[in-house]
Design a binder for this molecule. Structure first.
Ligand SMILES: *[C@@H]1O[C@H](CO)[C@@H](O)[C@H](O)[C@H]1NC(C)=O
Ligand SMILES: *[C@@H]1O[C@H](CO)[C@@H](O)[C@H](O)[C@H]1NC(C)=O
Ligand SMILES: *[C@@H]1O[C@H](CO)[C@@H](O)[C@H](O)[C@H]1NC(C)=O
Length: 518
């Protein structure tokens, strides 16, 4: 004799609601998915690498004519995706599986790949050149099982061609657009990687930075960028600006994704032996993922240099956002050390006075000539050849407003002489008396600043920085916050950046409606 229980109608309604909610949360959406979510979807057979790659190729077809974030799609990407799916299905565990297995990545167009893709820094001068091997970071990405989806656009020659060149413009890629506000500056020079991850054209990407080129576009496009300590990631096979400052790092939608990419690319490379050997001591046992801590802000001493970084005259949205962020950081247990000064900051921020311009101009010519000579085939073999190419192909490469003034200044240099050496010494002294002194006097873990304002300080010292989305102004243009620290301070910067991101969750995807408007 069973008891007949009459369940009220509302029970069934709530049951139906619950199950539809359940299926809603289970229905997997690629847009905005993190690497960890994509891996979970792979494991639970909700998604294959092929489907993921096809989705991104479709989105690139649909949106790239407006955004110009991508220069080339890899014709081998779907084959690589199929191979990743086969490996996963077969449970191949013979080699190390990483978070990037089966995940598509876009590479800034100055990162060399020995495949069907061109590596041109956005310039027609390098079209058809062949590299002798993959860049060091690409070797590591392939080993980790990542899918090389293609090459992202960039400010041509990493902004080192013309004093009048707009951010995000290259002759091959056209004008890269900020997906939030198409008329807004996307910044650069890693414009394409930032635009592409922001608009969900890819899961993750790699950029490069000499001075601000990861931090600034990350800030402008509401994504996360890590500018690693110089030498933590190999620069081998990457079209250089100056080995003294160049570094390769992730641009992604979340801190965890960026750390996942950093984990895959950091480490020694015999082809960039000096710098990667020197920096290998900074790589922590057990890697970087352990620093994605919910309480990462607790006890962190964060320096604030108000003048000139937090002067928000005429920027009320930024002023309000940062007031709230200071509170959030304190609530999370961080100790804000306020009203600090960096000695000679006005000099450090002016690259003509600091010596950065003078040294870089001479270093660029040497480094670029050496890169061009190393190519298997190339239409250009020297900076002089590139300058001549631009003059001979002015209809492609030069405009009334976009010249090659920096190239001409660089070509006129003659190696590292006494003036260059004193410029380099001057930067070392500025770093010693400025950032290093500030950090040690106040026992700081990091210094924070809006956007990429602190980039020159980090650039001349070879220091790391992380940008995290921090807000949108009243017109919808994003802005970020960067945390910078001493060489090898990535673990602490990751804790701070992750803690800040989890406490604020500022990032929202660009309005797709907006992207259809031409
Ligand atoms: C690389 O450039 C050549 C032109 O030199 C072009 O034919 C080829 O399609 C390009 N590769 C890709 C993957 O777009
Ligand atoms: C802040 O910047 C404005 C210009 O944007 C300048 O006029 C003002 O003097 C600055 N204030 C401080 C305190 O530096
Ligand atoms: C940098 O310093 C030079 C020389 O003093 C000056 O002419 C120039 O305007 C400064 N640049 C900026 C951006 O302040």
């Amino acid at each position: 004799m069973g008891t007949k229980v009459l369940l009220p109608l509302t029970f069934f309604i709530s049951l139906a609601l619950a199950s539809s909610l359940l299926s809603c949360t289970q229905a997997f959406s690629i847009r905005e998915a993190t690497v960890a979510e994509l891996q979970r979807a792979f494991r639970s057979n909700q998604l294959t690498s092929r489907q993921l790659t096809e989705f991104y190729i479709g989105e690139i077809r649909r949106l790239n004519p407006v955004l110009h974030g991508v220069i080339e799609v890899n014709p081998e990407a779907l084959h690589q995706a199929d191979a990743a799916d086969r490996d996963r299905k077969a449970g191949v565990h013979g080699r190390s599986w990483s978070g990037l297995h089966g995940i598509p990545i876009l590479l800034k167009d100055n990162i060399g790949t020995k495949d069907a893709l061109n590596t041109t820094a956005g310039s027609f001068a390098l079209l058809g050149s062949k590299v002798s091997r993959d860049a060091g970071v690409v070797v590591r990405l392939r080993r980790a099982g990542a899918i090389i989806l293609g090459k992202a656009s960039m400010t041509e020659w990493a902004s080192f061609r013309s004093l009048t060149q707009p951010n995000g413009w290259s002759a091959r890629g056209g004008q890269g657009k900020n997906p939030y506000v198409l008329s807004a500056d996307p910044c650069g020079s890693s414009s394409g990687p930032a635009i592409s991850v922001a608009a969900n054209l890819v899961a993750v990407s790699l950029g490069t930075e000499t001075d601000g080129s990861i931090l600034c576009p990350s800030s402008a496009n509401s994504v996360v960028g890590i500018k690693p300590t110089v030498g933590l990631t190999s620069r081998a096979g990457v079209i250089p600006v100056t080995p003294r400052q160049d570094t390769i790092g992730p641009i992604t939608r979340t801190v965890a994704d960026a750390v996942c990419v950093l984990e895959a690319i950091a480490g020694y490379d015999y082809i960039d032996a000096g710098a990667t050997q020197a920096a290998s001591k900074y790589i922590p046992k057990g890697g970087y993922l352990q620093f994605l801590k919910a309480d990462g802000l607790r006890g962190k001493r964060i320096g604030i240099v108000r003048d000139p970084f937090f002067n928000f005259t005429g920027q009320p949205d930024e002023a309000r956002a940062f007031q709230s962020h200071f509170r959030t950081l304190r609530d999370g247990g961080a100790i804000l050390v306020d009203n600090l000064k960096i000695d000679n900051l006005d000099v450090i921020l002016n690259f003509t006075v600091s010596g950065e311009a003078l040294a870089s101009l001479a270093e660029f010519k040497i480094a670029l000539n050496s890169y061009l000579e190393s190519l298997v085939t190339s239409p250009v073999r020297s900076l002089a050849d590139v300058i001549a190419f631009n003059n001979n192909n002015a209809q492609l490469e030069l405009t009334n407003t976009i010249d090659q003034s920096i190239f001409l200044l660089s070509e006129a240099t003659n190696g590292i002489g006494s003036t260059e050496n004193s410029a380099i010494q001057n930067m070392a002294q500025l770093t010693h008396d400025g950032f290093l002194k500030l950090i040690s006097q106040h026992r700081l873990d990091a210094v924070m600043a809006p956007g990429s304002a602190i980039a020159p300080v980090l650039a001349i010292g070879g220091f790391p920085g992380i940008n995290v989305p921090a807000g949108y102004d009243s017109t919808g243009v994003p802005f970020g916050v960067s945390f910078g620290g001493l060489k090898g301070s990535e673990p602490k910067l990751i804790e701070i950046a992750y803690g800040f991101e989890q406490a604020t969750k500022v990032r929202k995807p660009p309005n797709n409606q907006n992207l259809q408007i031409h």
